[in-house]
Design a protein around this ligand. Structure first.
Ligand code: WTA
Length: 660
């Protein structure tokens, strides 16, 4: 194991996101505290009231069973199918309300009303059932951003089967690993997907994965890009052949509140991604309640757009389940923000009259760099709430977002949460909570957070430490698929005191709280990098590099990057006499793309004869990070090989210039 790369002290030293505090007043921070007080006094009652807004076939007997902590059960005994809340119930009052305004990257359009989406989901559920999908099965989904993607997720849910969506930017090998871990029966994919004017050949990549996935018996392929694909007889089926003729109705399978709804794989501190388990009743309660509160949703008036990819948790919770449960009208956009021009997002906002926009700090910083003329060319006056998620937002980007995109008068909701939390945990409520640029403000009603020190003691206001959640919440992960021990060790062991009945969830983030009790996120405190809001484990990239026959050893760190938050910096020693050159850098980057996906390609690779190590042989990642971020190096005398440091620093400077 490598040492922990980020100590909390080091994060403070770097002062990553903390703005000058003098700019902000400290009084009347939460101007209408009633909802916080109510939920704080009776969190279970609060969540029960949120759950009552969903469609249940049978009411629960108990709101929360925490007796098996840290394995939670919410709405115990409750029975439901999430698609009845997301689809069927809207057919009565407003079947013609638009669920999705879909826009393809080439400029094609589709409008799906709630009635259309319901019909598509039922047809697809019928087709999946014909292919043998039953309650309790897992279905893998590897698609671009087409309407069939949310339809496929909901069709699984309709049948009581779990979906496992794999982001279309992941490699064949990553897809195969995830399919095998979940033992998925069916794969739903596309021939390809449009990205920045080119086709991402999803089916061809899926074919490579399918050579190693014995559990898959059938593949459904949506025709989107029209590129040539190979169809294996008896296994591969065109979506339009299997789905279009089906009945547009299918009864929903009744599920238990705690039945598996989906798996979503995310990077942790080992090379093997973990399948985060989300279940039915509590998850839908959490995502629908927060989507309504945090965006101040008026479902009959708003046009809501979350720019995330459905392949990440933000898409699951805030493109699919939350908005649909609330009967919202959403925009779904297939492609890249710079296609065909750098104003595509603002063009979309103007044309659809988007009122609520939810995007990522990395995207905001990219737009800042491109210049004000792109949003300036469009009428964005319909916007009224604008949100961010995925990484800490620096105050400059926050101000730009508020002023240039929001016209100065839209509340900015910076939302902190994770794949594991299922729904937003820290965020302001528009019109209720005073905001501060760069702070995710305070825990949402019904959520209990704290900042603790190494020993789990609460740090007084003004200090920093580890961000924890101190009470269970409905949309919390229920485990890591097939690995209860890892679940306990990763999230609960560090700060819980089971003998006192105290269970504390460790998020993996550092945070500071100011004198008003506002939270300022400081980044990960483990071996997880955040590159453009994508979670990537340093160990995953290291093992992909070492997998190349030229490489002897590799160390990877995330270095600060003005655009992407962090950029991946790799340090590599080669086998034998092999010399590193540009061709090998290219080869190694492509190798990582092949093993994990393009998103994990190192921005810079430095070849070195040795990696800096402690006398006990541990790689000094922290030092490599200092080198990558061009900080003054501290005491290196404890190193076994101190002499190597200067040389690496020199090469890293050169590599950085190249990568930038
Ligand atoms: C980071 C994305 C600061 C954090 C929903 C967390 C944030 C990880 C914020 C989860 C934010 C997310 N401010 N940091 N508003 N939102 N993060 O699982 O490090 O892809 O632990 O979920 O992103 O990433 P994940």
């Amino acid at each position: 194991m490598a040492e922990q790369p980020h100590t909390i002290e080091a994060l403070f030293e770097e002062n990553r996101t903390f703005p000058p505090s003098a700019d902000f007043t400290s009084s009347a921070i939460v101007s209408s505290p009633t909802v916080y007080d109510e939920a704080g006094a009776d969190p279970e009652g609060f969540w029960e009231r949120q759950a009552e807004r969903l469609v249940w076939r049978r009411r629960w007997d108990q709101v929360l069973d925490w007796s098996g902590a840290p394995f939670a059960k919410w709405f115990v005994g409750g029975r439901l199918n999430v698609t009845e809340s997301c689809l069927d119930r809207h057919l009565g009052d407003h079947p013609d309300r638009v669920a999705y305004y879909w826009e393809g990257e080439p400029g094609d359009h589709r409008v799906l009303t709630y009635a259309d989406l319901h019909a598509e989901v039922c047809r697809l559920a019928n087709a999946l059932a014909e292919l043998g999908v039953e309650k309790g099965d897992r279905v893998a989904i590897y698609m671009g951003m087409v309407p069939e993607l949310p339809a496929a997720m909901l069709a699984c849910a309709r049948l009581g089967a779990a979906h496992s969506v794999v982001f279309g930017g992941f490699s064949a090998e990553s897809l195969a690993d995830r399919i095998n871990d979940a033992q998925a029966k069916v794969l739903v994919t596309c021939d390809g997907s449009w990205r920045a004017g080119s086709v991402v050949p999803l089916k061809a990549m899926a074919d490579d994965a399918l050579a190693h996935t014995p559990s898959i018996t059938s593949v459904l392929v949506v025709r989107r890009t029209g590129n040539d694909v190979t169809m294996v007889d008896g296994r591969d089926h065109w979506y339009h052949d299997r789905v279009d003729h089906q009945h547009a109705d299918r009864p929903a399978v009744e599920c238990d509140s705690e039945d598996l709804l989906y798996l979503l794989y995310t990077s942790g501190t080992t090379a093997k991604p973990k399948g985060i388990v989300h279940t039915t009743g509590g998850y839908l309660t959490g995502v629908s309640a927060t989507h309504r509160m945090v965006f101040d949703l008026h479902e009959d008036q708003d046009v809501y757009w979350c720019t995330a990819d459905v392949g990440w948790v933000t898409g699951h919770s805030y493109i699919v389940y939350g908005p649909l449960a609330n009967g919202a009208t959403s925009v779904l956009y297939e492609g890249a923000p710079q296609f065909p021009e750098k104003d595509r997002f603002w063009d979309i906002c103007e044309r659809y009259g988007v009122t609520i926009l939810y995007t990522a700090p990395t995207t905001i910083r990219t737009f800042m760099k491109w210049g004000d003329q792109f949003p300036g060319a469009h009428d964005l006056s319909a916007l009224r709430v604008i949100g961010t998620v995925g990484e800490p937002i620096n105050p400059e980007a926050w101000m730009w977002y508020r002023d240039v995109i929001g016209g100065g008068d839209c509340p900015v909701v910076d939302t902190w949460w994770q794949t594991e939390t299922g729904s937003q945990m820290l965020a302001p409520l528009p019109g209720v909570t005073t905001t501060k640029p760069g702070s995710a403000t305070v825990p949402l009603p019904g959520i209990f957070a704290d900042v603790v020190d190494e020993n789990g003691g609460s740090v007084p206001l003004g200090g920093g430490g580890y961000l924890v959640l101190t009470r269970p919440w409905p949309s919390m992960l229920r485990g890591i698929y097939g690995d209860d021990q890892r679940f306990i060790d990763t999230y609960w062991r560090r700060f819980s005191k089971p003998e006192e009945g105290r269970w504390v969830y460790f998020a993996g983030d550092g945070a500071k709280r100011d004198a008003d009790g506002y939270y300022w996120l400081l980044g990960r405190v483990d071996d997880v990098m955040n590159v453009s809001g994508h979670r990537i484990s340093t160990l995953e990239v290291e093992s992909a590099l070492v997998d190349n026959t030229a490489v002897a050893e590799a160390a990877v760190v995330g270095r600060l990057d003005a655009q992407t938050g962090q950029a991946i910096a790799a340090f590599v020693t080669l086998k034998g006499d092999r010399q590193g050159d540009d061709a090998l850098i290219h080869e190694l980057r492509e190798h990582v793309a092949l093993k994990i996906g393009k998103i994990a390609r190192p921005a810079s690779i430095v070849f070195t004869d040795e990696l800096p190590k402690t006398r006990s042989g541990k790689i000094m990642r922290r030092l490599l990070q200092d080198i990558s971020e061009q900080r003054q190096l501290g005491d290196v005398t404890t190193l076994a090989n101190a002499a190597v440091v200067e040389e690496i620093a020199e090469r890293a400077r050169a590599a950085r210039v190249k990568a930038d």
